[in-house]
Write a protein that binds this ligand. Structure first.
Ligand SMILES: [Zn+2]
Length: 208
């Protein structure tokens, strides 16, 4: 871990390098932001959204929490409202990852030792119960990966219930993406993509 002095030195070097490469960068960023993507990812230090997407300042609106969950809490809902209503992002990415500590904690039958963490992971623990039979056939590492995938899908399903998200999708201006990040390869893999057509196809298919 860097000391604070090191962080300040690195920041000064970073600012100088970026100013040198693009003298208008900070003036441009100061005037506002227009990111096209909302990233909902894990707080895990190994999955830095901008770095793994090779993105720069202003490119991605980011919300990170343990195990990349879309909760009904105000912090998550405020990010969603702002991203969709004000920034009008075109894509929302929910990104899980291999070896997620939050997901591993949710797989344990006992408490994490923190009421806050237990409450945060409650919806993932529900998924564990719902998919207990499938998860029981896997070893521990595979369980974490599979539960991460199931959780990403659940977060996408939850996003589909959000009124502003549904409205933007119905207008054809928003696409949802569920992804997994591999710590072993550094690669993203898209698990699911939802466009307005896909949303509309669900009730149409089930009515036949
Ligand atoms: Zn994680």
């Amino acid at each position: 871990m860097h000391s604070i002095d090191r962080i300040l030195l690195e920041n000064a070097a970073w600012a100088s390098e970026h100013h040198e490469a693009d003298p208008e960068l900070f003036a441009r960023l100061s005037s506002g932001q227009a990111p096209r993507v909302l990233w909902i990812g894990c707080s895990d230090s190994r999955v830095p959204a901008e770095s793994i997407c090779n993105a720069g300042p202003g490119d991605i609106f980011v919300f990170r929490n343990i195990a990349n969950l879309v909760s009904d809490q105000r912090d998550a809902q405020a990010v969603l409202d702002y991203a969709v209503m004000v920034l009008k992002v075109e894509h929302i990415i929910v990104c899980g990852h291999h070896s997620c500590g939050g997901i591993r904690t949710a797989l344990q039958p006992h408490s994490s030792g923190s009421d806050c963490i237990d409450a945060h992971l409650a919806s993932v623990k529900t998924l564990v119960k719902q998919h207990a039979d499938e998860l029981a056939t896997l070893d521990e590492q595979a369980q974490v990966i599979r539960l991460s995938e199931l959780s990403v899908q659940a977060q996408i399903d939850h996003l589909l219930e959000h009124p502003l998200v549904r409205q933007a999708m119905d207008q054809g201006t928003l696409t949802l993406h569920g992804m997994m990040y591999s710590l072993h390869t550094g690669r993203l893999r898209e698990l699911v993509r939802k466009t307005s057509e896909a949303v509309e196809a669900v009730p149409a298919a089930s009515s036949h």
